[in-house]
Design a protein around this ligand. Structure first.
Ligand SMILES: Nc1ncnc2c1ncn2[C@@H]1O[C@H](COP(=O)(O)OP(=O)(O)OP(=O)(O)O)[C@@H](O)[C@H]1O
Length: 382
């Protein structure tokens, strides 16, 4: 057993133990063109995925939690202990934060075997004797299915094995928080599936907050309990994965979700899509819609595509414009149309053969009333 100063990430707290509060952070940092200002809260045993495009500030956020970048404003608290608070002149250095960090490119020591990489943390951080640290490291490697490669150096490991060694190394000292930076990004597609399944099995056994940054929505949707979407340094949407992906609040999330997203305005039971003043597109507001700004999501497969103007039908909205792109996706075809507002439809390949659409073909898009999903702009936004 390792003598650790903190709780072991792999052991659930015993019954009756004082309840830990996990991570509560407000991160304010300006670095180059980045202005990061994000609030996070993660309870022990839960995984938060911070999802966002390149340059959003995800790595900087994680590095601030680890103590590798000091805060300029805000505060980081883990289980009630203040790790960083510039106003109070408090800064706990990285090696004393008890954070397990898995870097994007693993950063394993190339001259040490897998087992010595894993034993390194307990030896250095907690001054555990070599034999005890190696025994604990062996247990961790066994747990992650790495017993057979314990003696190999990083250069002899496959990508998936190196990733798991990095995870074992982060967990070995019994961290109070686990930080994962794009944990699957460096893996090939097949290995990524395998390691994703392993991480997914591991996460619920941990009793610490886990923060994972990723730009891959599949990681966020399959591994996390909660998702915070970071764009240009701000959390623009947060919630459970299913909520985030079905009710996107920004064009970036809508693209990830494969949905059309239109801003609109609700007034007196009617929603008018914004930017349609010349030829207003209106739909009935669902019961309970509050007047004001709303978002309207629409699945591309709910849109009908026609080469001639359809006759007026009650309860059907019509948009029109030229095709701007046609892209096949298996047996489906995505058709982007420069209507007002611009929309993306998805039709079966055989329908494309009937319609013979190319760039510039004028088309009419039809949507039945019940197909639009209308929701308020506010709610889970920051
Ligand atoms: N040391 C630095 N000096 C100056 N600017 C920096 C520094 N570190 C980060 N930045 C700025 O912050 C931006 C966000 O960087 P960060 O790596 O946190 O984003 P990210 O969301 O993790 O992006 P990616 O997915 O591409 O890794 C960078 O594009 C850069 O403008």
């Amino acid at each position: 057993m390792i003598e650790t100063s903190g709780p072991s990430a792999l052991e659930k707290a015993p019954p009756g133990a004082p309840r830990r509060t996990g991570l509560v952070a407000r991160i304010g940092i300006e670095l180059g063109t980045l202005a990061l200002d994000a609030d996070l809260a993660v309870e022990p045993g839960r995984t938060l995925a911070v999802l966002g495009p390149n340059g959003a500030g995800k790595s900087t956020l994680l590095r601030a939690l680890a103590g590798l970048v000091p805060l300029q404003r805000g505060r980081i608290e883990l289980d009630g202990a203040v790790l960083d608070d510039p106003q109070a002149h408090r800064f706990v250095p990285p090696e004393r934060r008890g954070a397990g960090y898995v870097f994007q490119d693993y950063l394993l020591f190339p001259h040490l075997s897998a087992i010595d990489n894993v034993a390194f943390g307990p030896r250095v951080r907690h001054r555990v004797r070599r034999a005890a640290a190696r025994a604990a490291a062996r247990e961790m490697l066994d747990r992650l299915g790495l017993a057979e490669v314990a003696h190999l150096r990083p250069g002899a490991l496959s990508g998936g094995q190196a990733q798991r060694v990095a995870l074992a190394r982060a967990l070995a000292p019994g961290p109070g928080i686990l930080l994962l930076d794009e944990p699957l990004a460096a893996l090939d597609a097949g290995t990524r599936l395998e390691v994703r399944a392993e991480i997914r099995a591991l996460l619920p056994t941990l009793d610490v907050p886990v923060v994972m940054v990723t730009h891959d929505p599949v990681d966020a949707l399959t591994l996390a309990d909660d998702v915070a979407v970071l764009e240009r340094g701000r959390v623009v949407q947060r919630g459970e994965p299913a909520e985030v992906i079905t009710r996107p609040r920004t064009p970036y999330v809508a693209r990830l979700a494969g949905l059309n997203l239109f801003p609109g305005t609700a007034a007196g039971g009617v929603v008018t899509l914004d930017a349609t003043a010349d030829r207003p597109v209106t739909l009935p507001a669902p019961p309970g819609t509050v007047d004001g700004s709303v978002l309207v999501a629409l699945r591309p497969s709910e849109i009908g595509v026609h080469r001639s103007e359809p006759g007026a039908a009650p309860g059907t909205q019509v948009l029109t414009g030229p095709v701007t792109s046609v892209e096949t996706l298996g047996d489906q075809v995505r058709v982007q149309v420069a209507s007002t507002p611009a929309a993306r439809a998805e039709i079966p390949a055989r329908r494309l053969a009937e319609l013979r659409l190319v760039r510039g073909t004028p088309v009419w898009l039809t949507v039945d009333e019940g197909r639009w999903d209308v929701y308020s702009q506010g709610g889970a936004a920051p």
